[in-house]
Design a protein around this ligand. Structure first.
Ligand code: UDP
Ligand code: LCN
Length: 806
């Protein structure tokens, strides 16, 4: 990139750069983000009547395109350039237009200076650097393969196996001897004493099972195999056993990535799983739509049900039926004594439609009952995590009668608890972010001190760093969650290098090229959300009730607004009422467009209708704002706002009723990590307009099975909606076409079956890797522990002190 900068300086574009800088110097902002830079450059090009060719194809145009941030200093400018995904270069452009590369440390000092928090006289600040711990582990080279960790790992491991067969086969042999279920040995027994013997016995066993009828049940020849050294776990029929043994035989003989993956994926090593979702209301009824309770709860519940199903299927296929295997999934959450009519005060709750999946609620210790008896915002939850993990460990061991095989954390708090538990129990740890708050709140790290009272980001970002580095593997819902797009930084990427002024500098927060990252998107609950055309599965009385609720019912306690003309096309949205979800932005977009109001009604399902009913700061602010917008644009008669808590089946039927009315779903979030409502609306057959900021960019293919909107550009959003409505009017089939393509998109790509088989396969491979590579993570884990005790814990204790007086 320095060449590009140099090319600008060496050409006649140097004078353009000079004028652009002079425009920039007139800006009040000292810290310009990409959008500011692009706007400034656009204005510059039109002011000086630059040709289109110059705008994009000049050296300067390219430089601007790659520049993520510009920081103005007295006499120089700092350019933070992202030449490609997941990489960053920093340059200082001096007053006399020469360029100097800047180190990460210099950049972080500069950012501190910008907010007047640079104190060199007080000595150096703590630098956090996780980089050295990744020096000895394999890393992906090509950014396009980021998020495909397991493929990479399989290639890496099979090449090792190929290069040094003796040592690696020995490890494989030892790994196979490990597995048991409730004390019963699986796979191989004492009769096989070496890897040499293993390889001989495998051949014998293959020839034995090959002579059996392919469908013969395993139980009928179990003892023959046992004599040869093989225990249950190879398959439920002669054919399956033969396949599994043949895969092993091939692996021993000529290892390749596919064979390795196929073999490891068959190993019966996971029966008990913990899903940690610690904060907030975790329940099956009456919890959704509350401030902290949205997609994560939906995701984890669906995941638990589908994991159980997959584990049962895997156990059956492995031939474990005779052992009475009962896989168990526990969702670990906090118990909330004052549970506002929900079951969140109940210790144990069975997950519907499962045999052995449970919600286990562990109470917080009673530091101050005013706090711990009630719901605690996710931004305040930090002081309780360590003791929650200690208490949960005991409960989990009792519930499982032993250790779990996999611990999956959810969100920052759950991931930290997962780390503490996994460390104690020596179990594989998987993380799921759902949302990393750092990228949601602009400059949240730079101004953390000002935001601390409300958000406690110092604890949150520290916890993120610790948990994500500790995790054996991380699953993300999209590629861009990890490393963004060519022109926007990813959520994990945002934690790579940043300053927390006066607390620490992060010079390398996470290795984005590590194979620990894997993209595994969620699915959608197909019992609750299905195409509106599937009338045979819909309940007429529910449809009629929801129809009335959406369009005509008068119930001031839960519904605001009466529609003048309920037959107009509904624009529909449903979300928690927080700032980032931006339902107020959608209302404003609707308010500003008379044409849109002429054609459509706006129907919102969101939060509560009254400030005094809400315990959450952001929700209260949004309630006030929504009423202001309704008043300002006189939206009476054109909007309905439902502050209702829906059952699962009602929430499914709502989308379908909107689809019956040929409506549109709009998701206007300022940023959306993934967006389950988008899957729900698409599978229901609703044309969906969703934010271009975040996950929806990967879910939707623009104009094919949905549409992108830029929610910060209200006019453009209104135009896009209007254009769609007009197209539907001109072509009566247009709505149906988009609707059908939306449905197809979800069924082809976002199902829980795909998710759980991939997740379990990852858990096995990473478990195997940990074992076979003898990778010593102890140094990393010790570093993480030290940071936990030296940074996280004292800050958490300070917050706890504050909580004592609430
Ligand atoms: N939801 C709901 N009622 C509401 C708001 C949301 O049932 O009032 C559900 C919605 O159907 C979806 C989830 O909550 O299943 C929201 O998930 P999403 O990923 O869209 O956003 P999040 O709330 O997690 O940020
Ligand atoms: C949290 C969010 O903010 C959403 O974008 C996700 O869809 C949800 O969690 C489930 O992962």
């Amino acid at each position: 990139m320095s060449e590009l900068l140099q090319a600008v300086l060496d050409s006649e574009e140097k004078s353009d750069l000079r004028s652009l800088i002079s425009e920039l110097r007139q800006q009040e902002k000292k810290y310009l983000l990409r959008n500011d830079i692009l706007n400034l450059y656009g204005e510059y090009c039109s002011k000086y009547e630059k040709p289109e060719q110059f705008y994009t194809a000049s050296h300067l145009g390219k430089l601007v395109y790659y520049t993520q941030e510009i920081i103005q200093e007295e006499s120089s400018l700092c350019f933070i350039i992202r030449p490609k995904i997941a990489s960053q270069e920093v340059y200082r452009l001096t007053a006399n237009l020469s360029i100097e590369p800047m180190t990460v440390q210099e950049l972080l000092d500069l950012r501190d200076r910008l907010v007047n928090r640079y104190n060199p006289n007080e000595g150096d600040l703590l630098e956090l650097d996780f980089g050295p711990f990744y020096d000895y582990t394999p890393v992906i080279r090509d950014p396009k393969n980021i998020g495909k960790g397991v493929q990479f790992l399989n290639r890496y491991l099979s090449s090792k196996l190929f290069a040094d067969p003796k040592q690696w086969l020995e490890s494989l042999f030892n790994f196979l001897r490990l597995h048991q279920y409730n004390g019963v040995q699986l796979l191989i027994n004492q009769r096989i004493q070496s890897q040499q013997q293993l390889s001989e016995q495998v051949k014998k066993a293959i020839s034995f099972v090959s002579s059996r009828p392919s469908e013969q049940p395993y139980e009928e020849f179990r003892f023959d195999l046992q004599v040869m050294g093989f225990e249950p776990g190879w398959g439920h029929t002669a054919q399956r056993v033969q396949e599994s043994l043949s895969i092993l035989d091939e692996l021993i003989d000529s290892p390749d990535p596919q064979t390795l993956e196929a073999f490891i994926s068959r190993i019966p090593m996971i029966f008990r799983i913990v899903l940690v979702s610690a904060h907030g209301w975790f329940g099956q009824e009456g919890v959704l739509g509350r401030p902290d309770t949205g997609g994560q709860v939906v995701y984890v519940l669906d995941q638990a049900k589908n994991l159980e199903k997959q584990l049962q299927e895997d156990a059956m296929l492995a031939g474990l039926e005779g052992l009475n295997v009962q896989p168990k999934v526990i969702i670990l959450t906090r118990l909330i004594p004052n549970s506002d009519g929900t079951l969140c005060n109940q210790r144990l709750e069975k997950v519907y439609d499962t045999e052995n999946a449970w919600i286990l609620r562990v109470p917080l210790r009673e530091f101050n009952p005013n706090m711990t008896q009630n719901w605690i915002s996710r931004f305040e939850f930090w002081p309780y995590l360590e003791t929650f993990a200690i208490d949960s460990e005991k409960e989990l061991l009792a519930e499982f009668h032993g250790r779990p095989d996999l611990i999956v954390g959810n969100y920052t708090d759950g991931n930290l608890v997962a780390f503490l538990l996994a460390r104690k129990l020596g179990v594989t740890q998987c993380n799921i972010a759902h949302a990393l708050e750092k990228s949601k709140y602009l400059f949240s790290n730079l101004y953390w001190q000002d935001l601390e009272e409300k958000y406690h980001f110092s604890l949150q970002f520290s916890a993120d760093l610790l948990a994500m580095n500790a995790a054996n593997f991380i699953i993300s819902s999209t590629y861009q969650e990890i490393v963004g797009t060519p022109d926007s930084v990813g959520q994990y990427e945002s934690l790579k290098c940043f300053t927390m002024p006066e607390l620490y500098h992060v010079v390398n927060g996470i290795e984005l090229f590590s194979p620990k990252f894997n993209v595994v998107p969620p699915g959608v609950n197909e019992n609750a959300y299905f195409p509106y055309t599937r009338t045979q599965d819909r309940v007429e009385s529910d449809r009629a009730r929801i129809e009335e609720m959406l369009f005509t019912l008068k119930d001031d306690s839960q519904i605001f607004g009466t529609l003048d003309d309920p037959t107009k096309r509904p624009l529909f949205s449903m979300a928690r009422l927080d700032r980032i979800k931006n339902l107020t932005g959608l209302a404003e977009c609707f308010g500003r467009s008379q044409q849109l109001q002429d054609q459509c009604n706006l129907i919102l399902v969101a939060g509560k209708l009254r400030v005094e009913e809400s315990g959450d700061n952001e929700e209260r602010d949004e309630i006030v704002k929504l009423y202001q917008i309704i008043e300002q644009y006189n939206l009476y008669g054109k909007i309905r706002w439902l502050g209702v808590r829906l059952t699962k089946s009602d929430s499914g039927e709502i989308y379908r009723v909107i689809a019956d009315h040929k409506g549109i779903f709009v998701q206007p979030a300022l940023f959306e990590a993934f967006g389950l409502t988008i899957l729900e609306s698409m599978i229901s057959g609703l044309p969906t307009f969703a934010t271009q900021f975040g996950g929806p960019l990967e879910i939707i293919q623009d104009k094919v099975n949905g549409f992108y909107i830029n929610p910060t550009n209200l006019e453009e959003t209104a135009e896009k909606l209007l254009e769609f409505v007009q197209n539907c009017e001109q072509n009566s089939n247009y709505w149906n076409q988009i609707s059908k393509q939306a449905i197809d998109r979800v069924f082809s790509t976002y199902t829980w079956k795909i998710h759980t088989s991939k997740l379990l396969s990852l858990a096995r491979i990473y478990g195997f890797w940990n074992f076979i590579s003898k990778e010593n993570r102890e140094d990393l884990l010790r570093y993480i522990e030290a940071l936990f005790y030296l940074i996280y814990k004292p800050r958490a204790q300070q917050l706890l002190e504050q909580h004592k007086y609430r």
